[in-house]
Design a protein. Structure first.
Length: 185
């Protein structure tokens, strides 16, 4: 067999094997293929529930998780230390989505400008870890706003800090267990 015929056979075989590696059916027109979601381990579970900030238990949050988006709302704390189940209308809220780039979202809050007028503020937030009963959030510690309720155009970049929220247990301390009874004591 001549060298040119052998080369042609090898090139032909490579071309055929390359075609065999291609998908036989490309995605239908208009059908998008989504990149995989990349989130910290443990963050794929249902994170709904009530959480308290580990460093300041007065910060009590109600979370709802639909499998893609997690919303957290700061609950109103009563004078007696209890918590109102209805979120405070002006309270801090967080909305985070499981994405190919992480568990990302924003925090919405009310800040005050120098003259004391309330201003809506929004800043980036992400979940960096999920434990069996905890969430670790990374967000800015504080943000500046001008008289027009806008972030300053210059100055230092806000520093991000981590906050750990721990899920409340289903029973309050001192509450009787559902499986126990005081009958006969």
């Amino acid at each position: 067999m001549s060298r040119s015929v052998a080369s042609a056979l090898v090139l032909g075989a490579l071309a055929i094997s390359g075609l065999a590696a291609c998908p036989s059916h490309p995605p239908a027109p208009g059908v998008r293929t989504e990149p995989p979601v990349r989130i910290p381990p443990g963050c794929g579970q249902d994170l709904s529930g009530e959480y308290r900030h580990t460093e300041n238990p007065a910060f009590h949050y109600l979370s709802r998780d639909d499998g893609r988006t997690l919303s957290l709302t700061l609950l109103r704390t009563r004078a007696d230390g209890g918590v109102e189940q209805a979120p405070d209308p002006g309270a801090i809220s967080l909305m985070l989505t499981r994405t190919p780039d992480g568990f990302l979202g924003v925090t919405h809050a009310t800040g005050f400008n120098v003259s004391g007028s309330p201003c809506p503020v929004t800043f980036p937030t992400e979940i960096t870890a999920c434990g069996g009963d905890s969430l670790t959030l990374r967000t800015v510690a504080s943000t500046a706003i001008d008289e027009a309720c806008q972030p300053p155009t210059s100055g230092p970049v806000p520093q991000r800090v981590e906050h750990v929220l721990r899920r409340d247990s289903p029973l309050s301390p001192g509450a009787p267990d559902a499986g126990t009874s005081d009958a006969g004591t």
